[in-house]
Ligand binder design. Structure first.
Ligand code: ME8
Length: 514
């Protein structure tokens, strides 16, 4: 039987400055979902990338004294590096300056123009370059951009308009009919409310600067950056080629709350105009603040995630963000809270479970996992029943993007296993008449729990998963694992030699303030 396809995308980042924690967070969430679907044996395609055209990029390039092309080539390296260092398993990385993307932008623009949904006019109004978005008087806060708190530009220029208003009713109907089209629910309601007011057509070309894709119908204009950028989701599948036919429509398009309008109204309207099926769902995450402050690059990012990864490792950052933030809501990042999580959950709970178990395998059984002997005690039964049902619990939570609760399920099992060690005290069993054999059941059970934990944390902490698998003597390769292994008790073959290695998460002194 052919595998079920699953296509997931993130927003593509503006490489106008260095990547920030918000960029890292979005990719981590998408990565958990992609990896979980791979564990479910689905045919996953995961796309991320960079949004490299437009006035904002042109301005930042100019400020750094570089040609935009040189500027984006340099800056994008940092975003690719971030994905790599965070262990993001994206299948492709699309850059909007690539020829494969530009071709699609021109083709779709032409198609929509020929269908009669693009026309020439004059745009007069307000524009925030940092948002790359148009505003009305009533959107402004004290006369400034409501997102960036910066002065707003007044534009008057000849432009091509896209007939967004024509699609208003259809989009509203679609959102109403498809409960899961915009998730979480609160975001859906926000868009429904906005769609009840009349829409203006969207200006989709600019002629006051040239850093963009020239219109196929008028060389003196470039395509508006959002019209250009949104098409990455299909150009990344080589529209209209085989990959597009196989993976489209997207199953999940993950984005932050500030760009929901473009994704839930503009993007679907463009697709309808081009005769392309709509994505299945737009999933919206909240914002990460640092010390309660917004961290949008345009206001000056404060924390570079690459520095944090260098200090604490990718898995600690992944764990912290997924465990600490309620998906869909805003959350706060602080280094002090990160260190607390590392010390308590990762070093103490998870790290100690591995360390103590492997030490016992070495000490009592010459580093070979024993054959379990004897009947299950009450405590053995409690441990096994905790492991049972884990897949269902995780699946239910991951499907709802409740990463926090999913991790809690895994850490509950870790805590039950640590308590099991305390309660059965294998070192005491060893001293009894029946000798070392008496502890074989306990040690085997602990190794089984570690195997189950290693596979179930794979989507969240891929490197840690690999380390545990290799330390308990299994191939550290995380490819080819499946959710079927998570709760199947007794898969571990006795006799395997363990391979005790470095401490997973050394404790960290609280050296920095939040
Ligand atoms: O909006 N916390 O790019 P971008 C969490 N190029 N997420 C955040 C965040 C924060 N503090 N700040 C930004 C763009 N994000 C466009 C997207 S898609 C066709 C074009 C999220 O670099 C933001 O919501 O400003 C978006 O999903 C992503 O990071 C890229 O933001």
């Amino acid at each position: 039987m052919s595998k079920k396809k699953f296509y997931i995308t993130t927003a593509i980042d503006y490489p106008s400055g260095l990547p920030h924690m918000g960029h890292a967070y979005e990719k981590i969430c998408a990565d958990v979902i992609a990896r979980w679907h791979r564990l479910k044996n689905e045919d996953v395609f995961f796309l991320t990338g960079t949004d490299e055209h437009g006035q904002k990029i042109a301005r930042y390039a100019q400020r750094s004294g570089k040609h935009p092309e040189v500027f984006v080539n340099e800056m994008t390296k940092q975003f690719i590096e971030l994905s790599k260092r965070l262990n993001i398993s994206n299948d492709d990385f699309i850059r909007t300056t690539q020829a494969r993307h530009i071709r699609v932008v021109r083709d779709i623009f032409k198609k929509i123009y020929e269908n009669g949904d693009i026309y020439k006019g004059v745009y007069q109004g307000l524009y925030c370059v940092d948002c790359e978005a148009f505003y009305t008087e009533k959107d402004l806060k004290d006369g400034k951009c409501p997102v960036h708190d910066k002065a707003i530009d007044t534009l008057k220029e000849e432009t091509y308009f896209f007939k967004l208003s024509k699609y208003q009713k259809k989009i509203l109907e679609h959102i109403r009919k498809n409960k899961d089209f915009i998730q979480p629910l609160a975001r859906r309601n926000e868009i429904i409310n906005r769609l009840e007011e009349d829409l203006r057509d969207l200006s989709v070309s600019r002629s006051s600067f040239s850093w963009g894709v020239p219109l196929p119908i008028d060389g003196s204009h470039v395509v508006f950056v959002w019209f250009d950028a949104l098409l990455n989701y299909i150009s990344g599948l080589d529209y209209p080629g085989r990959n597009f036919r196989h993976y489209w429509p997207a199953d999940i398009q993950l984005i932050g709350k500030d760009i929901l309008w473009f994704h839930s109204v503009v993007w679907p309207s463009m697709l309808l105009a081009a005769g392309i099926e709509l994505p299945r769902s737009i999933v919206v995450h909240g914002f990460i603040n640092v010390g309660g402050e917004k961290l949008s690059k345009s206001k000056g990012a404060t924390i570079n995630p690459l520095d944090l990864i260098e200090l604490y490792g990718a898995d600690a950052i992944r764990y912290f963000l997924l465990r600490e933030i309620s998906f869909g809501e805003d959350g706060n990042f602080s280094e002090a809270a990160l260190i607390r999580r590392i010390n308590s959950d990762l070093a103490n709970d998870l790290g100690n479970l591995l360390q103590r178990t492997l030490t016992m395998v070495e000490k009592f059984f010459g580093a070979q996992v024993p054959v379990p002997r004897g009947c299950d005690s009450e405590m053995d039964k409690i441990l096994k029943s905790k492991a049972k049902g884990l897949v269902g619990n995780l699946n239910e939570r991951i499907e709802k993007f409740n990463f926090r609760e999913a991790l809690k399920q895994i850490f509950d099992l870790i805590n039950v296993a640590n308590k099991y060690i305390e309660d059965v005290a294998p070192w005491k069993l060893v001293r009894q008449d029946s000798g070392i054999e008496a502890s074989s059941n306990v040690i085997y059970n602990l190794i089984e729990v570690l195997r189950i934990i290693a596979v179930s944390i794979l989507p969240f902490m891929p490197q840690t998963s690999k380390n545990i698998l290799s330390q308990i003597g299994l191939n550290g390769d995380t490819e080819g694992h499946s959710i079927a292994e998570i709760e199947k008790w007794g898969l571990f073959k006795p006799g395997i030699r363990i391979n005790k290695g470095k401490t997973l998460f050394p404790r960290i002194e609280e050296r920095r303030s939040p």
